[in-house]
Design a protein around this ligand. Structure first.
Ligand SMILES: Nc1nc2c(ncn2[C@@H]2O[C@H](COP(=O)(O)OP(=O)(O)O)[C@@H](O)[C@H]2O)c(=O)[nH]1
Ligand SMILES: [Mg+2]
Length: 242
């Protein structure tokens, strides 16, 4: 027997969430089929009185500008151009609504305007905050907000402010780490553990932290499965025809 050490975990590329967060095969498969179905942009508004009518279940994606939100929406739906990705942060200041899924499992996905872009003036920040607060407070169909956090940077002050706002509004939310490919496995695990710990004190936080990379695809199928779970919890059980 050789006494050579196995490769250190640090050299392993960052991948999926921990084993305790695994989804069963059926849920993963339904998630895959759900997001492989139709996906289309159907509404945009920068004004709270311009929201589309509520229908079944809505989920929203929020995060700092450049966190990788558009890339993740595209990765989830397998479309390259559904949500516009760009290197110019802060360009989309609207709520963008997408209709996702086949007939047996439709829901709406809302791409929220990115926050924390330094070059955006105070006025715009105030307008953004008002729009978001009004949306979060009045939207009964909104089942969960997925708050995207850049794996490399962790939770910044501005993210903390957003999480505080979600707790105050009592809107269920869950943290999704993005760009997990940029971290070593051990770093990613430490990041997840720290965030998980900090979420324990937060009343509206869903305790599970998902780690994703739109670049490698890691964790993307788990996010799809998480949406399936959420639909089940909300009474919109997606059942594909056999
Ligand atoms: N390394 C890495 N970079 C990513 C990933 N997802 C997005 N990016 C990059 O991050 C930048 C912002 O992405 P985008 O999706 O437009 O972010 P948004 O502003 O939050 O919508 C772009 O340069 C992307 O190429 C990822 O999974 N890994
Ligand atoms: Mg974007």
């Amino acid at each position: 027997m050789s006494d050579e050490k196995p490769a250190t975990p640090d050299t392993t590329p960052a991948a999926a969430p921990g084993a305790d967060e695994a989804f069963d095969a059926e849920t993963l498969e339904i998630g895959r089929r759900l997001f492989a179905g139709p996906a289309e942009f159907y509404w945009a508004t920068a004004k709270i009185d311009g929201l589309p009518p509520m229908q079944d279940m809505e989920i929203a994606f929020a995060g700092r500008s450049n966190v990788g939100k558009s890339s993740l929406v595209n990765a989830l739906t397998g479309r390259n151009t559904l949500a516009r990705t760009s290197n110019t942060p802060g360009r989309t200041q609207q709520l963008n609504f997408f209709r996702i899924g086949p007939e047996w499992g439709q829901f709406s996905l809302v791409d929220m305007p990115g926050y924390g872009f330094a070059a955006v003036g105070k006025e715009k920040v105030a307008a953004w905050t008002r729009l978001i607060q009004d949306y979060l407070r009045g939207r009964a169909s909104l089942a969960r907000v997925y708050v995207l956090i850049d794996s490399r940077h962790g939770v910044k002050q501005i993210d903390t402010n957003v999480l505080d706002g979600l707790d105050r509004a009592a809107v269920s939310y869950q943290v999704i780490l993005t760009k997990a490919d940029a971290l070593k496995k051990s770093e990613l695990e430490a990041r997840i553990a720290a965030i998980r710990q900090s979420l324990l004190r937060r009343p509206a936080a869903f305790p599970q932290v998902l780690a994703t990379s739109s670049r490698s695809g890691a964790g993307v199928e788990e996010v799809r499965a998480a949406v399936v779970q959420l639909m089940r919890e909300r009474g919109f059980d997606p059942v594909p025809p056999t």
